[in-house]
Design a protein around this ligand. Structure first.
Ligand SMILES: Nc1ncnc2c1ncn2[C@@H]1O[C@H](COP(=O)(O)OP(=O)(O)OP(=O)(O)O)[C@@H](O)[C@H]1O
Length: 242
């Protein structure tokens, strides 16, 4: 039986400004379960990143409820939340001067002591994450010397080393060539299915999302709706006249 990992009720998200707030999406009601690869689709500027940042605890909600693994998001301390939710955002220029192994080891930060030393258990999790993602050969390389696809895999390995039940990724396939997009999406799907993780990502790669996601969520001004993968595939074929 899969577990309800993310529950959203009457959620409004956006940006608080000095005098008022800029609402981006409102009345979001949604349940997301463990073992699921969930893809958020929608046009530029509709609010996908805003939602992912809000669920990651990086941006405060405007109103409503966010439950992560059965507990309200705001009840978690920063450290506790980083044991529940791993986040892979678009670019991290400040991480470019690290080696692959060091960056993956950053995933252990919520578990290490004040001085940040890795225990032998931490090292096992780092090794495991590196081998799961298939980047053993890149271990000693500098992040700045990697291709976009390789760097994306390293970021996923860091989130895996963090050992969280939920992983949130903002456009993990952007800027990748087609084979790398497929590889990254399949990797994420396998992680959801084999390790029972909840993987929530945004993407503009509709064709891949339709084929690989367990759940497709369409973001529109009116809110967020689950859409049927097979129905979308049929509509795509009709549009393309094939
Ligand atoms: N820091 C901010 N302050 C105020 N408004 C913002 C801020 N960041 C984004 N927005 C606005 O919020 C809305 C939603 O942006 P968001 O980045 O969530 O869209 P998105 O669906 O992720 O788009 P894309 O597909 O282009 O990445 C946009 O109108 C954007 O201009």
């Amino acid at each position: 039986m899969e577990k309800e990992m993310i529950l959203l009720k009457k959620l409004s998200i956006g940006y608080r400004q000095k005098t008022d707030s800029r609402k981006v999406l409102k009345d979001i009601n949604l349940s997301i379960f463990s073992g699921e690869l969930v893809c958020l689709l929608g046009p530029n500027g509709i609010g996908k990143s805003t939602l992912l940042r809000t669920l990651s605890g990086l941006l405060p909600k405007l109103s409503g409820t966010i439950m992560i693994n059965g507990r309200a998001l705001e009840e978690y301390s920063e450290k506790e939340l980083s044991k529940q939710v791993g986040v892979v955002l678009t670019d991290h220029p400040q991480l470019r001067n690290m080696r692959v192994e060091e960056l993956v080891a950053l995933g252990r930060a919520p578990y290490t002591n004040f001085f940040g030393g890795l225990s032998s258990e931490d090292k096992v999790f780092v090794d495991e994450a590196i081998s799961l993602v298939g980047i053993d050969k890149l271990r000693g390389r500098m992040i700045r010397e990697l291709s976009d696809g390789e760097r994306q895999k390293v970021m996923i390995a860091r989130a895996l080393a963090q050992q969280t039940p939920v992983i949130i990724l903002d456009e993990p396939t952007a800027f990748l060539d087609f084979p790398s997009k497929v590889e990254v999406m399949k990797l994420l799907r396998n992680l959801a299915h084999d390790m029972h993780k909840t993987i929530l990502l945004s993407t503009h790669d509709l064709d891949l999302a339709v084929r690989l996601a367990d759940t497709l969520l369409q973001v529109a001004d009116s809110g967020i709706q689950k859409v049927d993968c097979q129905q979308v595939e049929k509509e795509m074929s009709l549009l393309l006249d094939i």
